[in-house]
Every structure is written in C-alpha cells, then in structure tokens.
Ligand binder design. Sequence first.
Ligand code: ATP
Length: 599
Amino acid sequence: MLSFIRSRLEAAFPALKEKLLWRLLRENLHEQRKLYAVSILAMIVVAAMTSSVALVMRYIVDAMTIPDNQGMVFIVAAAVALIFTIKGMATYVQVVSLTRAGNRIVATQQVRLYDKLLRQGVSFFNLTESSDLLMRVTQSAQMARMIIDMIVTSFVRDLLTLIGLVIVMFYQQPVLSAISLLIGPAAIFGIRVLLRKVRKIMEMEMASLAEIIKVIQETSTGIRIIKAFALEERMSSRMVKAVREVEKRSNAISRLEAITSPLMDTLSGFAISAVVALSALQIFGVQGTTPGQLMSFVTALLMAYEPAKRLSRMRITIESGMVGVRMMFTLLDQPDTLAEHPDPVAMPKGPGRIVFDRVHFGYGTGRPVISDLSLVFEAGKTTALVGPSGGGKSTILNLILRLYDPGEGTVTIDGQDIRMASFATLRDRISFVGQDTFLFSASVSDNIRFGSPSASEDAVIAACKAANAHEFIEHLPQGYHTQVGENGAFLSGGQKQRLAIARAILRDAPILLLDEATSALDSRSEALVQEALQRLTKGRTTIVIAHRLSTVLGADKICVIEAGRLAEEGSAKALLARGGAFRSLYDQQFGAAQARNTA
Ligand code: ATP
C-alpha cells in the first residue's frame, strides 16, 4: 500500500523520484517531529474549519431566505463566529510551530554544514571557492526549509482543505460537483512542461549568486590592489554582469511561476461560470434544492480554488528549491579529505623529535612536491630549512602540522606516527608562526589568547613584551582591548607578525614552527624579535624557514631543500666549508668577498 502511494506521488511530483527529497523529509521531519505533529494537528483543524465555512453557507442563506427558518439565524451566527475563532487560533498555532520547526532545520543544517567544512583538510579549501561555500551554508539550508514547509503545508493543509471542500460540494450538489471535477485537472496539465525549465534556470541563478558573493569578497580583500591598478571599472562590470544574470533568472522563474496562475484562473473562471449558469437553468437535477445548498456548493467551489492552485504550483517551488538541497547534500556527503584516525591515540609528551622517513607528497596536481625525503629534526634543537623558492619548505611544515598526509612514507614525532594521533593532542604540541599572519576580527588580547584561552592577562602582557609588541600595543587607542579589524586591517604587517609571535610564545608548545616569521619586520624590530625568539627556541624543537640566511646562521642544523629533496645538511660552518648548495645561496646573498671573510 505504502509503495503504491509512493509511486502515485512520484508520478505526480517528479522531484520526489529523487532520493534526496525523501532523505530531506525523512531526516528533518523525524528530527523535528514534535513541532511538526503540533503543526499538522493545527492544519487539520484549519482544513476542517475552512470546509465548515462552505458548509455553513447553506444555513446562512436558508436562514435569511426561507421565512420559517428565521429562528436559526442566531444559531448560525454563533456557529460562524465559533468557526472563525477556532480557525484563527489553529492558524496561529500552525504558523508558529511550522516556523519554529523551519528555523530549527535551518540552524541544524547550517551547523552541520559548517562542522563538515571544519572536518575538511586544507586541500578541500584550496579546491573550493569560498563564495561557493558561503552559498551552500547560507542559501541551501534555507531552500531545504522552504521545500519542507511547502510539502507539509500543501500535503496536509491544502490537500485536506481541498478534500473537505470537495466533500461539501458533493454533499450539496453531486452532479454539479462531478462536472467541476472533470474540468479542474485540465488546468494542471500545462505545468509538467514548465518543470523541466525551472531546474536549469535555478542552477544558473545560484551560480550567478555565488559570483556576486565572490566579487564582493574579492573587492573587500583586494581593495588596495583594485585602487592601485584602477580596476574599479573592471570590477564594476563583473558585478553588473552577475547582478543582471541573477535578475534575468529571477524574472524567468517568476514568469514560470506566474504562468500557472492565469492558466488556472481562466479555466476555473469558466468552470465556475458554467456551474452557476447550469444551476440557474435548473438542469442536472438541481430542482428542489434550496438557494442555501447552491450557495454552499458555489462557496466550496470558489474556496477550493486557492488550495488547488497552491498544490499545482508546489511542483515548481519544489523543483527550484531542489537545486539548493542537492548542493547541501553534496557538501554533507563529501568524504572528509583528512580524517582523524577512527581510534586516535594521544601524542606522547616527549621532547619533540620529528622524523621524516622516505616521505613522498604532492598537492594532487600530479606533480611531486616532496620526493623521498628522510630528515630528522632533533629534539630541543633549531633546524633551519633554506633553499630556492617553491622547493617545498612550507610543505614540510604543512606535513608536520598534518594539514596534509604524505602519499608515501611517515612523519613521526617522538616515535608516534602522526596519522594515528588525535588532532587535538598533535596540534597542542605545536606552535606555528606563518608567512601570512591571520588575525581574527577581535581584540588584540583575544587574538593572542586564541592558542591558549586560559592564559592570564599578565601572561599575555609578558608574551607581548617578549615579542617586542607591548610598546606598540600600549599606543593603540584601547591598548590590549583595541579591535584589530577584519584580518588585522588596522595593523601594519610587522605589528601583525609580532602579535603572531606573541601568540606562539604564550602557547608555550614544545615544537615551534617559524615560516618566515620575521620577514615583515624592519631591521631594528627584527633584531629585537630574533633575540626574543632565541630565548623562546631554547630547549624546543624549532624549525625555521628563512630566506634571509643571516637569521639562520646560528641554527644547530641547516637543511637545504631543493625541488622537494634534501640537497645537503649540516652546520652553517660545515656547509660553507663544503662549498655546495648552501655555499652558493650564501654567496648570492652576501657576495663572494664577504663570504670568503666569514669562511
Ligand atoms: P617559498 O620559499 O617561496 O615559500 P617553499 O619552499 O616554502 O617556497 P612550498 O610553499 O612548500 O615552497 O611549495 C612547494 C611547491 O608546491 C611549489 O611549487 C608550489 O607551487 C606548490 N604548492 C604549494 N602549495 C600548494 C597547494 N596548496 N596546491 C598546489 N600546489 C601547491
């Protein structure tokens, strides 16, 4: 029986054929079942009351037109008042509970989508545009809600109202009702053709919406370049194009939606006028009926029109909303690109010896970035990674942070393969200061505390002093409570870098990764920060990437990375004496004469 109903529904509503729609309904209706139960009960009452209005028309008209029935007027009047009061209350309950359930669905799905994003590895974000993600998280959950609202309202309230009204019609005028029902479904016929178009247009509209978000994002982040290169007009025309596309698609969709109205209006108009004429002509067995019965029938017919129209339009709304639902489920079903081990172990609290054993890695572009790399970062020592740009130095740090997994080989810390470790305990052992300092839109002090939320105010100040940041922070309008703006917009590059270093100092982790951590500092600040870093790096496993070789000469070991391979390693002195890759890098930077002196 259930499968029969399902196949009938699928025939009537092509979108139902998609498993996604069933899944959407199953998951969400089940989760919010209490609210939907209340809402559905209220809808049943609304539908019953609407049909009662048509039914009671008979008694209103009869009470007014048949002299003997005058006594009924008051009873009928009271009944009308009662029906409308109950209908009003039920409508209130229905709207409130349905809206609540809908809002809960949007909230739940958005959290689910965001959690899914957080579980993705960095490679996912490299491949997916942020505007697309924004669209998925914000719009698609709304569309899912719209579809569920639509289905629940249409299938329960509208369908029950329609059934109730049809019963009233048959009860009052069986023959005329049969004639009306023959004409009605003809109106639905044309809609099937429209459905196919809707999906396509909607997909294009979503793509254009994503483009609008992208243009705005790029304008916000790249405004300096846009101004400097006078790109305003180009950006503006990109925006105009995207906005026009959305406008065009929205118009097309509304045209399709609107076309169902005149279609139904015209056909219904004919149906109603024909029925009224037939009843006036007193044919088809309408003799002997009271004016009240006829009135009740015509009222039911007129009232049936709205729910029937909404039911027929439902298909177009579902079809257009399914684009968003498909986008939502595609993201939710995405396998986690970098998942935590199902049974993760805690990282041992060792000294922090990092070993790369025959590691191969590429970013999925087919080109190897790290090839057969075996390398040891001794615990408590500072190792510098140097070498030509694009050689793979930052990639090595990415692998230690487990932002990516090696294709082959292992990375271990204190003998523990980091793939087996829980993300929390792995990252707890590491402090990282990168080339681009990212700051959250929060106060200076909150930004420093991000890595160690329980740190005291005094500890924050101490870390800032050590990072040579305290002085400039004190000169900010609200000191440590100054808001830094979106990604630290109110701070200079050097100031941001010092905050990032303070953050790392405060975190106090045994492994310290510094990727060009002082590149944005002037030489005076750099000297001060270097001094702070020297204090900080004592006793920690430190890996430093620096293009300025002067900053790494004091490292315990220098590794030259070229094209993803270890070209050579050793102390600065040994490498210079050897006259290999490091020597030539050094000569390029300091000039041959000075190099000779140092050697
Ligand atoms: P630099 O000194 O310029 O910072 P690097 O030695 O740190 O360079 P990496 O950033 O590790 O080099 O990059 C190594 C190679 O990997 C480069 O050729 C780069 O183009 C490529 N690469 C880096 N990140 C990605 C990514 N997310 N997706 C694809 N390729 C990438």
